[in-house]
Design a protein around this ligand. Sequence first.
Ligand SMILES: NC(=O)c1ccc[n+]([C@@H]2O[C@H](COP(=O)([O-])OP(=O)(O)OC[C@H]3O[C@@H](n4cnc5c(N)ncnc54)[C@H](OP(=O)(O)O)[C@@H]3O)[C@@H](O)[C@H]2O)c1
Length: 342
Amino acid sequence: MSRLNIAITGFGGIGRKVAELLSVRAERYRQQFDLDVRIVGVCGSSAGLIEEDGLTPEALADRSSYTPGLSGDTFIEQVPADLLIEASPTDFRTGGAALGYIRTAFRRRMHVIAISKGALVHDFPGLHAQASRQGLALKVSGAAGSAMPTVDLVQYNLAGCEVKSLSAIVTGTTNIILSEMMDRECSFADALAEAQRLGIAESDPTLDTHGWDTACKIAILCSAAFGDVIDVQAMKRQGIDHVTLDDVRRWKVQGVMPRLVGRVDRSAGVCDASVGIELCGPDHPFARAHGRAKAVHVVTDLMGELTLTGGGSSPYGTAAAALKDLEHILRDTRLAPRLRSL
Ligand SMILES: NC(=O)c1ccc[n+]([C@@H]2O[C@H](COP(=O)([O-])OP(=O)(O)OC[C@H]3O[C@@H](n4cnc5c(N)ncnc54)[C@H](OP(=O)(O)O)[C@@H]3O)[C@@H](O)[C@H]2O)c1
């Protein structure tokens, strides 16, 4: 049996769920891949843990045992990992700490599964080139729709087809708020306050409500699936914070459902991307993607039109999407031998 050493940067809600699922699936990795998968290091903003023999769930849970200062460069230069799962905060303007983590991970010959979006938005081409030069994987499912496949849908299921256009609901928080406003006929402020009370919306929700989260995910999708670079800051973008109670009442009378949709038009051969509110009639599949649900609609040249709904926002769904990426790496005969300990 071979060993696979994993490091996790950013050990908050999502990083911890990834660790939990890795532990639950340890036996599956042994049986299906003849692989002993261990977490050898985790770090947060100012402290971390490294243990070459693997960290137990108990050790990971005991924050008092974390080494102060074992974060950032100190952590990523030392951790003896074959694969990095990056789950630190998203900073799409600078790339944030994730950019350094991912670049160093490639330099140290680790595969990377990115869940945070900032580094990918900031420099996908550079990171992709760095990975390709070394025969390493850069997987991004957790950063581009998580439990609802977007990049994989285009790259695997529709491989060889020309995708003419793609539209998608990819931000759970905005879909929950819009659904709540329509269900309860309430204001944006009331729906947002309820989403914050339930722990769904962040205390600073503007990343979602101003459309940035959708824009980032659409830009990552364009880079990863179509090889087109999109400048997120220049993208035509609308949020949901301007929606009024009058809008809600009018839409109810009209029988339409508002959805914040990321749209990619490829009719000119390159991606023309935008984010905005679209009004969906009762028969439109996006109208039925209510609350936490997400959806993607693709128009292709030879496989017709496809719509996928579901894959709603949840920390476990995001962690599972990252570990789907792991299984794809392990099944890829070109990539698996690059894992040093295999
Ligand atoms: N939540 C979701 O459903 C979801 C879905 C898809 C993608 N994502 C992305 O996943 C990432 C993590 O989300 P989350 O919900 O887990 O956030 P979170 O609960 O706020 O956790 C963030 C973690 O990152 C750590 N951190 C902060 N600065 C760091 C640094 N410089 N180096 C290493 N770690 C650092 C924090 O450490 P401290 O505890 O020390 O502050 C914290 O443990 C974000 O980029 C988010 O956009 C989240």
